[in-house]
Design a protein around this ligand. Structure first.
Ligand SMILES: [Zn+2]
Length: 544
């Protein structure tokens, strides 16, 4: 997801951030409740009819699950004004109790560990309209430039349950999914994964059946309806032939064919840096939508107006951001970080946004060279606010996260690469993340530990400093009697980090700590520059 507006909003909410209060509903959504933890969702068949005129969604979701340990009470999420009509298991209707956005289902059949069971949830209603997609979720009912219906669902922020009943939690990804969408016959409905077929109905409607064969994060499940045409190509990538299909409005076909030439360039760069595209089986898709875009797995939604930058703006202010279509590059980068490797808790959203923002600069580097990539990464610093630590509050669906998860996260990854000082090793770690955590949900600690172990570095204090505080360490130094003295200030007590500097024109690695270190300089004078790839302010103190 993208974030300029979020960061402005978060700045405005500065004081609110300090005193975040959470409700029982936040815990029900954001934690692994006892009514969730005993079952592992294995399959959904979401089967819905979308009535464009009435702006309603109704249908059913068949939920297949594995019993991990016996329990008779199950949490299913669906937010008002949507309502569950009934839930059945083996043909028997079950008792339900509603608590705000969650339903608690009393199961009659004995739930035996390791067995698989199904419930069928019948539901319907008029879902909330998204006030500000994609940041505020819901349904988008728009018209395109030819006045044809143009509709999308947005579920960011544990809001899938705004329009369909599900386990609205990130830690437990469904293993596979079938998604059937019934709509007026003059429109086309596009979901995630591959199109299985289209049924013509007698009531002037059609049903589009889509299937996803890989684990998918819950907010990625989405549908899009419009006056679509499509075109396709095959990309020959690291795992063979990757089907790429593009659903665009008929009037935009020509523009799309030109702009989407960036897709193979994106795939080439990201497979180089991160390893194979993670969902060959489900294909790659771009789908035109009436909002900016979102990283929906195997169904990236695109609304950038067929122009480069983010709606024409360069996120880095260096000129390099004008060389590519921000939504194609950024949202597709999320296929590796968000969809392949997925946070268990939104408190760890940096895993999605830092690596994906970092991927933008790697795209620039792959196609325009290392200096261009460095320029881009350094340019992103202009957006850092240091308003709140990047890691948020756990178990409460903490959506009040800082926009720093984007530029600051990318910036510290770029800095870590400098510390490693071995580009092949660094690329090996980036690719290794994709295979180590293939199709998994993860915690920050898993990512921190994996990177540190692979790099054979102790990074505990590095992660703590940059992910868990808003302090940015300052390199303080002075020069007297031929000796350079230096240390870290504005840092955690034991903070230490290697630093590349230029002293009197010569490159040097130094190892500052939070107490003074000294170095002999055989010169009357000193000129000192911190390497530009380090996000380190320098402070010359002559008072010492
Ligand atoms: Zn994003």
């Amino acid at each position: 997801m993208r974030i300029f507006i979020v960061s402005i909003l978060i700045s405005l909410m500065g004081l609110v951030c300090q005193a975040q209060e959470y409700t029982r509903q936040d815990s029900l959504r954001g934690s692994i409740t006892s009514e969730r933890e005993w079952w592992d969702v294995s399959y959904y068949h979401l089967d819905i009819a979308v009535n464009v005129e009435k702006q309603t969604v109704q249908g059913s979701n068949t939920i297949r699950y594995k019993v991990l340990k016996p329990n008779q009470l199950m949490q299913v999420d669906l937010q008002p004004p949507m309502e569950i009509i009934n839930i059945t298991q083996d043909g028997e209707e079950l008792k339900l109790r509603r608590d705000g956005n969650a339903y608690f289902v009393q199961l009659e059949k004995k739930q035996i560990a390791d067995s698989y069971n199904e419930i069928i949830v019948l539901y319907g209603g008029k879902p909330k309209v998204a006030p500000r997609p994609p940041w505020d979720s819901g349904l988008v009912w728009e018209k395109d430039s030819l006045d044809k219906d143009f509709i999308s669902s947005i579920s960011w922020g544990a809001n899938s349950s705004l329009w369909w009943p599900c386990k609205d939690q990130m830690y437990d990804e469904v293993d596979s999914l079938k998604f059937s969408i019934n709509v007026r016959k003059d429109l086309v409905a596009v979901g995630n994964g591959r199109l299985l077929g289209v049924d013509k109905k007698k009531n002037n409607t059609k049903t589009y059946h889509w299937t996803v064969s890989n684990p998918i994060n819950i907010y990625s499940v989405n549908f899009n309806i419009g006056n679509y045409t499509n075109f396709a190509e095959v990309y020959n990538g690291e795992k063979g032939a990757l089907d790429c299909t593009y659903y665009v409005l008929k009037q935009d076909l020509k523009k799309a064919k030109e702009q989407f030439k960036q897709v193979p360039l994106m795939l080439e760069a990201f497979e180089y840096w991160f390893g194979p595209y993670p969902f060959y089986e489900d294909s790659y898709k771009l789908i035109d939508v009436p909002y900016s875009g979102m990283e929906h797995q195997s169904a990236i939604t695109y609304g950038n107006g067929y122009q480069n930058g983010y709606r024409g703006n360069d996120a880095s202010n260096t000129g390099w951001g004008d060389k590519f279509d921000f939504i194609i590059i950024h949202e597709s980068g999320h296929e590796w970080f968000a969809n392949n490797i997925t946070f268990k808790d939104v408190a760890d959203i940096w895993i999605h946004e830092s690596f994906t923002t970092y991927s933008e600069g790697l795209f620039v580097e792959y196609h325009y060279g290392k200096e261009a990539g460095d320029d881009y990464q350094i340019g992103l610093r202009g957006r850092i606010e240091n308003d709140r630590a990047m890691i948020g509050d756990y178990h409460v669906n903490d959506l009040n996260y800082t926009g720093d998860n984007y530029p600051k996260g990318a910036t510290i990854l770029h800095m870590l690469r400098q510390i490693v000082n071995d580009d092949e090793k660094w690329r090996g770690v980036l690719r290794g993340l994709g295979s180590e955590f293939y199709h998994q949900t993860v915690t920050t600690e898993q990512i921190e530990n994996y990177i540190a172990e692979e790099l054979e570095l102790d990074l505990d204090i590095f992660w703590d400093q940059y992910l868990r505080t808003t302090q940015i360490p300052v390199f303080e130094y002075y020069y007297a009697k031929g000796k350079l003295s230096y240390k870290w200030t504005n840092a955690l007590e034991d903070f230490t980090m290697p630093l590349k500097i230029e002293v009197n024109g010569k490159e040097k690695w130094i190892y500052p700590k939070t107490d003074w270190q000294k170095m002999d300089i055989n010169s009357e004078e000193l000129t000192l520059k911190v390497d530009r790839n380090f996000y380190v302010p320098a402070f010359f103190s002559n008072s010492n």
